[in-house]
Design a protein around this ligand. Structure first.
Ligand code: GUN
Length: 282
């Protein structure tokens, strides 16, 4: 292996220590930062994610509650819970874990969250602010990726960033953040004709597709920085990313591992966004 590791655990530790200090300072001024995480249904991966989010808040001295509802919860009832939390001054961040059960309109739910408490940054008003270069909240996963690139002093300006995946959660906001720092950005997706021809042009390659090990070493330009956003569970129960780490790490200059790369950074940036939301109420 020749690539250096972009260590999300180590960077998270540093940033979470700063978060804990800011949480303490806010609490001393009478504002304990608070996040509510809402989970509807019993998706096993989501259950792990939401528990980790709440635990990370508590570990940093923040207030956090998990509100868990049956998969049969009506859309109207969920909107009612969001309205209650929008009006609760002890709550600075509201996160509704996605995906939601099929009978609930995800878009309607996200739009119901008060934009100033939308710590995911998914509300159309926050997506618009991000797109116009004046973000209130940066979506947690791409925000975490930017922090990792900065920590490794990866140059972005003028470099070609290729993002594989066009989701509202990762691909699109990732493109906006990289563009904001003057990268040349290409977004690839399932209908892209010659994916390998695209990825081979990437100075920075971000994989966010949800397909185990689909980016192999022969698709990576020598010296590229490879960021793996995928968290896939294999039949044997082990986790793996969207990048084939063994072959890609022979070619890349920097690479994120799975686990221990982007995953912990997503939660860390959720904490940062919640702190920022609380600080804005002072
Ligand atoms: N599901 C997968 N990633 C995310 C995320 O960042 N936020 C929310 N709310 N749901 C998700």
């Amino acid at each position: 292996m020749s690539a250096q590791i972009l260590d999300g655990n180590a960077l998270s530790k540093t940033i979470r220590a700063e978060v804990a200090q800011r949480a303490q300072a806010l609490t001393a001024r009478g504002v304990k930062p608070g996040l509510v995480v809402i989970l509807v249904g019993e998706n096993p991966a989501s259950q792990v994610y939401v528990r980790n989010k709440v635990k990370a808040c508590l570990d940093c001295g923040m207030h956090s509650v998990l509100e868990q509802y049956e998969a049969t919860l009506s859309e109207a009832a969920l909107l009612g819970h969001i309205a209650r939390l929008n009006a609760d001054p002890a709550i600075h961040g509201i996160l509704v874990q996605l995906p939601l059960p099929k009978h609930i309109d995800e878009h309607k739910v996200i739009e119901a969250i008060a934009p100033e408490k939308d710590v995911d940054g998914f509300h159309v008003s926050n997506a618009g602010l991000l797109m116009t270069g004046n973000p209130l909240f940066r979506p947690c996963t791409p925000y975490g990726v930017m922090k990792m690139l900065a920590a490794a002093q990866v140059p972005i300006k003028g470099n070609h960033a290729v993002i594989v995946g066009r989701s509202n959660i990762v691909g699109k906001p990732m493109a906006m953040l990289l563009l904001q720092e003057s990268a040349t950005v290409t977004i690839c997706h399932s209908a892209t004709r010659d994916l390998k021809a695209m990825t081979l042009q990437a100075d920075i390659l971000v994989a966010a597709v949800g397909r185990p090990r689909m980016i192999t070493g022969d698709m990576v330009k020598p010296g590229a920085v490879v960021v793996d956003v995928g968290i896939n569970r294999l039949p044997d129960g082990k986790l793996c990313g969207d990048v084939d780490f063994a072959s890609a790490s022979e070619v890349a200059s920097w690479i994120t591992p799975v686990p221990g790369g982007v995953g912990p950074m997503t939660i860390t940036m959720l904490l940062v966004n919640t702190i920022e939301a609380a600080e804005r109420t002072l």
